[in-house]
Design a protein around this ligand. Structure first.
Ligand SMILES: *Cc1c(COP(=O)(O)O)cnc(C)c1O
Length: 483
């Protein structure tokens, strides 16, 4: 399998999965994709239907990382996708399923179900990919005798998923910046209670943007970055995207009775990483009818899929909502889909994303390209705070389930795209306990806490307070990497 950039650099060069594993952007600023999507045969689809999650992951990922010896890859998927790791199940769920499917009911002739992606250590779907990434990084670094220092900024979710994936991993250190005293008590405790010596929580005296600016400043110091082997684990990392392809297969097998059926997926979306994996599963030949992109009030993606206009938002028009993990102003993985939509024309992709930087967006409505969006199965919708409250109440009353705010956005939009006889799977991206304030507003009480999280806030915490100053952060990293 060879990987190419969406902007054309490296065409004619060879990049294996291992070559791009530890990188983010390609050197021309584009994103990596396979030079062609591997297709799934009918025989494979039949055989895969009954596999465990770990064995299914081995089969799907094997098509994308043929440079990793099969026995090694199989060991990696089996150590990642275990019931002990994805153990935060709710009543009625089987931890062995890893991503259990819960049927809700039939609406407009369509069976509506929730696919739980949030039973991992941090109760959000980012664990699905990040846990694999931790094991892949450890494996690849050991093979080449290398080390890596991951630097990141978080306002909550991504940082904790990264820390829980990398804790105790040989060859990896994590330096995670977060705004001091600005995260919820639950999020703070989740990250700061980690005692592994390779995890460094840096509480920055400032806001999230200060943390991000520091990460940018450190990353732009190329000499420092090279000397201290600084890397990132952001959502454009190809391995993260491809790990998410697996649960579309799993969800399809759970929601349908035979491979002659089609099913649809609704995906609460922000950076377009999750639904991009659904697009890839469909390109591989998985019988997906619709891919429904659900946004909150930050509706950059909904606007595109309705109108063909992609218009990124400035800070003043990026809203803080009650589904905060979808509060994005531009979707960092969107370029991967645009590349396919335009028939994989890197010169046009380069031009369009230059327009994004220079003019704030582009419009594909006038060219014939936008019409093809439906051929790729995409439709969309948006949801607001009031919709979330109504949906959370309704799902509790009708089906006895408590869903989180992001999943509520998904369910609200899924209901606008049901087709009789086509099962609709809504991806559940987080557990409600993470967004307790909105659940209290909707239902008047707190959601139940998974057993492993009892008393979380009273555990001892390990963190370092630093001023919002890139030089001080660099000094801290230098001191703790010994280079
Ligand atoms: C990250 C996240 C999303 C958005 O996923 P993208 O891959 O960025 O589209 C949705 N819900 C939750 C809970 C998340 O953490």
């Amino acid at each position: 399998m060879n990987y190419i950039s969406t902007r054309g650099a490296g065409i004619g060069e060879r990049h294996t999965f291992s070559d791009i594993l530890l990188t983010g952007l390609a050197k021309d600023g584009g994103l990596y994709l396979p030079s062609e999507y591997p297709l799934v045969t009918a025989d494979e689809l039949a055989r895969w239907r009954t596999l465990s999650y770990a064995d299914l992951a081995f089969e799907v990922l094997g098509k994308f990382c043929d440079d990793i010896p099969a026995a090694d890859l199989h060991a990696l998927t089996r150590s990642t996708y275990r019931a002990e790791v994805y153990r935060n199940v709710r009543a009625g769920e089987d931890a062995n399923a890893i991503t259990p499917l819960t049927p809700l009911g039939v609406e407009n002739g369509a069976q509506l179900s929730l696919l739980a992606l949030s039973n991992g250590p941090t109760l959000a779907f980012k664990d699905m990919a990040m846990q694999l990434l931790g094991n892949l990084f450890e494996y690849a670094l050991a093979k080449h005798g290398q080390t890596l220092n991951i630097l990141g900024a978080t306002s909550g979710d991504t940082g904790s998923a990264a820390e829980y994936a990398m804790r105790g991993k040989a060859g990896v250190r994590v330096f995670m910046l977060s705004p001091h005293r600005k995260m919820s008590a639950f999020q703070t405790a989740q990250m700061f209670s980690l005692q592994e010596p390779n995890i460094f929580n840096l509480a920055v005296e400032g806001v999230f943007d200060d943390c991000q600016d520091i990460v940018k400043a450190v990353s732009n110091d190329h000499a420092f970055k090279a000397r201290h082997r600084i890397g990132t684990v952001n959502s454009i990392n190809w391995a993260r995207v491809v790990a998410q392809v697996v649960y579309y297969f799993k969800g399809y097998f759970e929601a349908t009775k035979s491979n002659d059926e089609r099913c649809s997926f609704t995906v609460p979306s922000g950076n377009f990483g999750n639904v991009c994996a659904g697009h890839i599963a469909r390109m591989m030949g998985l019988p997906i009818e619709k891919l429904v992109v659900a946004t909150n009030e930050n509706d950059v993606l909904d606007e595109f899929f309705r109108t063909g206009t992609y218009r990124v938002r400035g800070a003043a028009h990026t809203y803080h909502t009650s589904s905060p993990s979808m509060d994005i102003s531009k979707a960092s993985n969107f370029e991967r889909f645009v590349f396919d939509l335009l028939g994989r024309d890197p010169a046009r992709v380069l031009q369009l994303f230059r327009d994004v930087e220079e003019k704030g967006g582009f419009d594909l409505a006038a060219s014939g390209d936008f019409a093809r969006v439906r051929e790729f199965g995409f439709v969309s919708g948006r949801s607001t705070h009031d919709d979330r409250i109504v949906t959370i109440r309704d799902v509790q009353a009708r089906y006895g389930q408590i869903i989180d705010t992001h999943t509520a956005d998904g369910l609200k939009v899924a209901r606008e795209h049901l087709d009789p006889g086509v099962p609709m799977v809504v991806l559940e991206t987080a557990q409600p306990i993470k967004f307790g304030e909105t659940i209290r507003e909707a239902l008047g009480h707190d959601p139940q806490r998974p057993a492993a999280f009892e008393g979380l806030e009273s555990l001892p915490q390990r963190f370092e307070v630093l001023p919002a100053d890139a030089a001080r952060v660099k000094a801290f990293i230098a001191e703790h990497t010994g280079a």
